[in-house]
Every structure is written in C-alpha cells, then in structure tokens.
Design a binder for this molecule. Structure first.
Ligand code: OXD
Ligand code: MN
Length: 623
C-alpha cells in the first residue's frame, strides 16, 4: 500500500532509551513498537493518502485550523470579537450522539445488559471492517496520542485515536492532553486504549471534499474485553471525540469495575464557605440538564465561592485514607451553547472569549456568534446553523438545540488553580439530579451510602436534545449513565455498593438528590435555579459539617425550610411547600416503575437495592 507522506511518523525503534526529537520521542521501547504496528494495520485497512502523527504543538494546531478554513470546513470568526475562534457547521443529519447506533460488543450479551445495544464482537467486526476498508482514501489519517488526566498521574489513563477528521483532532486537542509526552509514556510501557474513527467519506481522485463529511450509516462500537473503540460515519461530538464518552465513560467504567474505581458522568466543583473552608462536590445530571451551569456556579449568597474542577466526567477512586478521591480526566469543556448566557452562566460566557471552536451556533453579520439564550434579545439578522439567513421572525431556532462550544478548561475564569492536580480532590458530597417537573423534591439527603446508590439507580429525567429522541419524554437515566455505562448496569449498581464498602463510614461523601426543575400546577418553575442553587449547596455543606438538622421523610432527609438561606429572594411559602411535598400516590407509582425497571435485569439487581425499594414502600405507606 502506498502511503504518500509519512514524514511526520516517528523514527523506527532502536535499543536506546527514550529521548525526544522534533517534539516526538525518537527512540522507543516495546510499547512504541506495538503502537506503530497497530497504526500500520489500520492504515492498511483504511488506505489514507497521508499519515500525520500529532505532536500537540501550537504550530501544528494553527496549521490544521488554517487548512480547515481554506477547505471551507471552519469559518474563522472575527478576531476583534472572538480571537482564535472558529465556527463549524455539521451536516444537518449529524447533530448529536446516536445512541441507537452505539454498541457494546462484549463477549457475553449479559455483560452489556438490557440498557445497552449489544453486538457479538465477531459479528460486528465482520460488519464494520468492510466499512472501514478504504474509508480514509484521499484523506489524511491522524494519529492522536492523548492522556485522560495529567500525563503520568496515578489516576490517569492513555489512549490513541486514529481519525480522518481534522475537526476531531482540533477538538481532542482541546478536550484532552495530546502530544509527544504521551508517546513517551507509551514508549515506556504504559497501557493504552485503541480508538479508531472514520467519518466514512473516502474521496476519489480529484473529488472535491464537503464541509462536513459523514456517512448515513453510523456505528459507534465498544469492545470492552479488548479495550477498543471503533466509530464510523459521524463527525459529531461524542461520536467523534472518542476520548470523551466512548473512552472516559464506557471503556473507563469497565476498567474501573475491574480495578475498583468509578468512571462517572459528573461535574466536579470546590465550594468555599464564607469561613474559607473548602468542600468538594461531584454531581451527576443527565445530558443538557444544567451540569455546566452548576460546574461554573456563581453563588448569589454572599461569602460563598465556587471553583470549577470539571463539567462532565469525573473518575472516582477510594483512597488509602478511606475517602473517595476524584479527578476530572478531561482538559476542556464541550458544552451545550443554547441556554448559556450572561444571566444563566456568566462564567461560561467569559470562558468563551476566544480560542473556542463553536459547532452549529448562529453567525452574526459582524463575524461573531450567537445562540438562543446568549442574550435576551436576538440580533436582528443572523445566519442560522445551517447557513441560511435568519431573523427573529423566522420561527425556528437560529442555533441548533445541541450546538456546542469546545474550549480549554484553563480559560474558565473560576477554574480551580489546582484543577489538573494528578491526585485529584477528596469528595465531601455527591449529588444526583434530573429534570423532573413533578414528585422529586428540591433536595433530599440519603440516609446512608446504600440508600444513595438506590437514589442514583432511580434517576430519571425529561429527554433533552443531547441525544436523538423525543424531547420532553421521561426516561430513566440511572446515575446519568444510561447511555455511558460500558457494562451491565445491574453489575454497575453492585460495583457502586462495593466501592462504598472501601470507604470509611465517617469519610465517605454524603449523597443527595436534587431537582432544580420542579413545576407548579400552572407550569411555572417553583425554584429560581442557576446562582440560587448555591442556597441548596449551602444546606448540603452544612449537613456535611453537621451544623444543621433535617426532617426525616419517606424518601430521605429534607431540609427544614427555615434552614434554607433564602435571604434576598422571595419564594412564596406555598411554592416552598410544593418543592418539598411528597405525594404518596405518585411516589408509589414511581416505586412501581422502579420495580419494572429492576425486573428488566433478569435477577441481577443487588438484593440491597430491592431491600431499599421495599423499605421505601413501607415508609410511604406509613405516612
Ligand atoms: C455531553 C452529553 O455531550 O452528555 O456531555 O451528551
Ligand atoms: Mn455529558
């Protein structure tokens, strides 16, 4: 096979120790030989015109971005408003993660469980290999070595993504730590995960490329037994940045199961009290339920501060001190743009001052970007996410509801100074949330770890635009991990229980359920949300400190409303009552849904969780 340009490929291995040359390690041990062999194998299958080993340098990134602008794949934004920033417009059919085309190809079907699409590994390899055959023809194949977590850190893990999408390369460069020091780790024998991505749009000689190449046929396939990911046909977000959902959640959850830790769909923050004490909180919310907003919270109550550590993924590991330690394995934010504005998340707006790749937002005539919610009043004229003229009278959103920004975490004005400390931070509280118009109180504390795991297993939420499907429909999303758990969720519940047993009872994080989205009968939100969610965090921290009491209820411990700091806002008494009201009948219906859900796991749900369900019913009936 002819590879036209292999000039960026590292030199062949020799016996000497690792050193670097031109940004790449020039000399390699065993690990590097395995990597080169794999790259050759994938190149032989996908037949790219060129291979480019990514070294993670600024010069390389600049060149890639320039090339994409020249090819019409990115629009350079006006540097006066948005320096170093670009807009990508995807194909209208490629706008979200495609959960229906996402597969867990474990050897045994029961290891994928009923919440995943299972495929037999041999059968799905036989299906996708022909799709990858020649799929990179006419294109450049990029080899992107990346680290999740600080390079070489005790909780970090390495992967390599092969991709034919320069957009994916630029995004991975923001979302992870990319480059030659990662190759150095591989050279020295560090384990690494293989991820292969092709947009599935080979180019015939002389054929002109399109702005967003992709294929109608899509496969996002995970092989948990061999720690591989193969993604075909999509260039969008989680389908293409394989380090994120595919590796850091689906594959990492399997590694965590085997090694005794947890890969979670959680934001991570440090909350600093008026007394200057720091607490660490991780929170799991389904996609597009305000996770980034909470990650960048600006408390409305005086004296409190929040430092951001992560907005989407946290890896949690029991420490020798009996505490649960957490890192954010990512290095950037891939956030939902609509709804991010001055009044809802000013820190995010400030983060996006420059050096940002926007996807599927609207373009202003002055070369800046806009999306619904950025400002209260839309500009008079825009180009919408599909490239068509738009005015407020157009009657359709200017930005796609799942349009995104990709930006380095370090740009966040309230990023914790030690956000990428390799050892992470010890957790004081874990929150589970969802978007629930009814039933679920504003905040409720679990009585113990097992009750907290029961709460996590019962998270449900109204569907949002982050994945394909009908927006608004209620879907069960245990631990906000439904689309992201790489193995049987019943085993995952059991794993959570086991991790709890490794923690010291008095040092384990406390678990809470929160719901910012409860509505009154008139359809109005009962709680102001956003910066005022700090009032809930304030109660949570005071519970952790042991300085405030709680009211026992059938569903867990509730605040006394007099203990909530409501200074400066007026939430009517009736709304407060409604925010914490427990309707026995509808909760009994919830328990029925839980029973039906648990039953889908063919007897695998841990007995301790069935016992929690029975105990909840018992308490509800006694009310
Ligand atoms: C995300 C998601 O992109 O959860 O973070 O969909
Ligand atoms: Mn997410």
């Amino acid at each position: 096979m002819a590879i036209a340009d292999i000039s960026t490929r590292p030199a062949e291995p020799t016996a000497a120790p690792v050193s670097t040359f031109g940004g790449l390690p020039a000399v390699y041990g065993e690990g590097m030989a395995e990597l080169m062999e794999w790259v050759d194998e994938i190149a032989a299958l996908t037949t790219p015109d060129r291979i480019h080993w990514i070294d993670g340098s600024r010069a390389e990134n600049d060149a890639l971005l320039r090339e994409m602008v020249a090819e019409g794949k990115l629009i350079k934004l006006n540097p006066e408003w948005r320096p170093g920033s670009y807009l990508a417009r995807s194909h209208p059919s490629d706008v979200a993660r495609t959960e229906g085309r996402t597969f867990i190809a474990s050897e045994k079907e029961e290891d994928a469980g009923p919440t995943n699409n299972w495929a037999a590994p041999d059968a799905i390899r036989a299906t996708i290999t022909p799709l990858f055959a020649g799929s990179m023809k006419g294109r450049t194949m990029y080899v992107v070595p990346f680290s999740m977590g600080a390079v070489g850190g005790p909780l970090s893990h390495i992967g390599v993504q092969i991709t034919d999408s320069a957009y994916a390369v630029a995004s991975i460069g923001i979302m992870t730590r990319v480059g030659s020091d990662v190759l150095g780790e591989i050279a020295q024998g560090a384990p690494w995960v293989k991820t292969v991505h092709s947009v599935g749009a080979p180019l015939a000689p002389g054929q002109e490329d399109v702005a967003w190449p992709c294929n109608d046929e899509k496969y996002i396939v995970h092989f948990p037994d061999t720690l591989e990911v193969w993604s075909y046909g999509s260039g969008y977000g989680g389908n293409a940045i394989l380090a994120k959902k595919c590796f850091a959640l689906r594959i990492a959850s399997v590694i965590g199961r085997d090694e005794g830790w947890l890969a979670e769909h959680m934001l991570l923050i440090r909350v600093i009290s008026p007394e200057g004490k720091a607490y660490h909180v991780a929170a799991a919310f389904p996609s597009a339920c305000g996770k980034t907003n909470l990650a960048m919270l600006r408390p409305t109550i005086p004296g409190w501060r929040v430092e951001t550590l992560g907005d989407d993924i946290a890896w949690l590991r029991p420490g020798e001190d009996g505490r649960l330690w957490a890192i954010n394995p990512e290095a950037g934010f891939f956030g939902v743009a609509p709804g991010t504005g001055e009044s809802t998340n000013v820190a995010a707006v400030e983060t996006l001052w420059g050096n940002t790749i926007f996807t599927n937002v609207a373009l202003r005539p002055d070369g800046d970007v806009w999306w619904e919610g950025l400002t209260d009043t839309p500009p008079a004229q825009l180009t919408d996410w599909e490239g068509n003229p738009w005015t407020p009278a157009s009657g359709r959103p200017a930005a796609h509801p799942n349009s995104r920004f990709t930006v380095a975490a370090a740009q966040c004005p309230q990023i914790a100074p030690d956000w990428d400390a390799p050892e992470g931070v010890p957790l004081d509280a874990i929150l589970f949330g969802g978007r629930r118009a009814t039933n679920v109180p504003l905040v409720v504390e679990a009585t113990d770890w097992t009750h907290g795991v029961f709460m996590g297993s019962n998270i449900s939420s109204e569907r949002t635009a982050a994945a394909e499907g009908t927006v608004g429909e209620l879907r069960r999303d245990p631990f906000a991990m439904l689309p992201f758990c790489g193995y049987n969720m019943a085993d995952y519940f059991g794993h959570w229980l086991k991790v709890g047993q490794k923690l010291r009872f008095d040092r384990a994080p406390r678990i809470f359920q929160v719901n910012w989205f409860r509505k009154g009968d008139d359809g109005r939100f009962l709680w102001p949300g956003f910066g005022d969610n700090a009032r809930v965090i304030d109660w949570i921290i005071r519970r952790v400190e042991g300085s405030v009491g709680a009211v026992e209820s059938a569903v867990g411990r509730l605040p006394r409303t007099s203990d909530l700091n409501l200074e400066g806002i007026s939430v009517p008494e009736a709304d407060l009552d409604e925010l914490f009201s427990i309707n026995t009948e509808s909760w009994m219906r919830e328990t029925q849904l839980t029973e039906e859900f648990y039953q889908t796991f063919d007897g695998k749900v841990p007995a301790a969780l069935w016992a929690e369900l029975a105990a909840l019913r018992y308490r509800l009936q006694r009310v």
